[in-house]
Design a protein around this ligand. Sequence first.
Ligand SMILES: [Ca+2]
Length: 177
Amino acid sequence: MKYSLDSAKVAEATREWLRKRNVRTEEIAELVMFLQNQYIPDLTLADCKESVERVLEKREVQNAILTGIQLDILCERGELFAPLQEMVKNDEGLYGVDEILAMSIVNIYGTIGYTNFGYIDKLKPGILERLNDKNDGYIHTFLDDIVGAIAAAASSRIAHTRTAVLPPRDEAESPAP
Ligand SMILES: [Ca+2]
């Protein structure tokens, strides 16, 4: 039988796996709020959630999420081969592939996302603190970067949309974010 891909199935699996790994859209929206509220005072959590939903609709984002969660789970089961198992298990600093996978999400809305990603990756607010807890039996080596990347992308998306309706920068009263 010829291979044909059902996009709805990929989207549904992504939702399902995020839920199974205890990642809620609201929590990602809170990260977006954390990144953007200083620039956009009237921004609501609903706006942030809407932006996260739009990011989650993208196939390249869904692919990254499914791949990352799968690798995290294989590692929890001890099923990666050595030395990959140890590197992923310990979130080895020199590994870096988790961040590269997350970059495929950050990239979608251009370079503005990099700063946001770096910023929350350093501060690890909210859900990122929980995903980085190394003592709860879960391995989220890939998922923590992915969640940060979704928030960074959703945040950049808001910045782009809002900037589009502002006057050109030299006429604006305050600098664009
Ligand atoms: Ca990581």
